[in-house]
Design a protein around this ligand. Structure first.
Ligand code: CA
Length: 231
């Protein structure tokens, strides 16, 4: 289950970051390492991880500011955040919780504790996300397992179609232009032609077609696309 999960690790101390990367990879996670918030922002332009493990004290934008930045972004605000703090930062923890931090791990930590916290946060947010993205009682995305199901059968979709469907299901009944979809699903720093969107829309419809859910992905002529259960 964890093998599909990607974790963004933001930590400026090389030795600590490397230790975390090794630990997480050993537990079957895919890791995106970043040495500061700016690098993490660039990585989020191309990737949608399942969780962010974030050091509080970073050069430049600190962990708290980075969390606030995440929560202001429609496409990223549901990303769970675990903050790494030093002992004695208890007073700051409230600030972090208010900003949307899901949990804390205090340094120095054992790898066992770290993995247990990650699992717990992923389980909690996975349940929330699964509930959030159920539509028509038949189509469902499970963020924890990175799986789409239709009428309880697995729908095979590629990673881009998965992100596209997740975006549609969390933003239904609204029309998005191709360039808005590129920004939201592919990321702001990616330069791809707008017709790439059409290719992935076609693939997504094809994957949903056997279950009759392809009609939820609607073309709005001259504007873009909408995900809607109303014809
Ligand atoms: Ca640090």
């Amino acid at each position: 289950m964890a093998a599909d999960s990607q974790i963004l690790v933001v930590e400026d101390e090389d030795a600590v970051r490397e230790l975390i990367v090794t630990t997480l990879e050993g537990a079957g996670y895919q890791v995106l390492p970043a040495a500061d918030a700016e690098q993490a922002q660039r990585l989020l332009g191309d990737n949608l991880p399942g969780l962010v493990l974030l050091d509080w004290m970073l050069p430049g934008m600190n962990g708290l500011e980075f969390t606030r930045w995440l929560k202001r972004d429609d496409g990223l605000r549901e990303l769970p955040v675990i903050m790494l703090t030093a002992r004695g930062d208890e007073a700051n923890k409230v600030q972090g919780l208010e900003a949307g931090v899901d949990d804390y791990v205090t340094k120095p930590f054992s790898t066992r504790e770290l993995l247990a916290r990650i699992k717990a946060v992923m389980r909690r947010s996975g349940t929330d996300a699964a509930e959030l993205v159920r539509i028509d009682q038949g189509l469902q995305i499970d963020m924890t397992q990175h799986r789409v199901s239709a009428n309880e059968q697995v729908v095979n979709v590629g990673p881009t179609e998965f992100r596209l469907l997740h975006f549609f299901m969390t933003h239904p009944e609204r029309v998005y232009s191709r360039s808005q979809l590129l920004d939201q699903v592919w990321g702001r720093n990616v330069y791809i032609e707008e017709r790439t969107v059409d290719v992935h829309i076609r693939r997504l419809r094809k994957a949903l077609e056997p279950f009759g859910f392809d009609e939820l992905v609607q073309t709005v002529r001259g504007v873009g696309y909408r995900f809607s259960s109303q014809a």
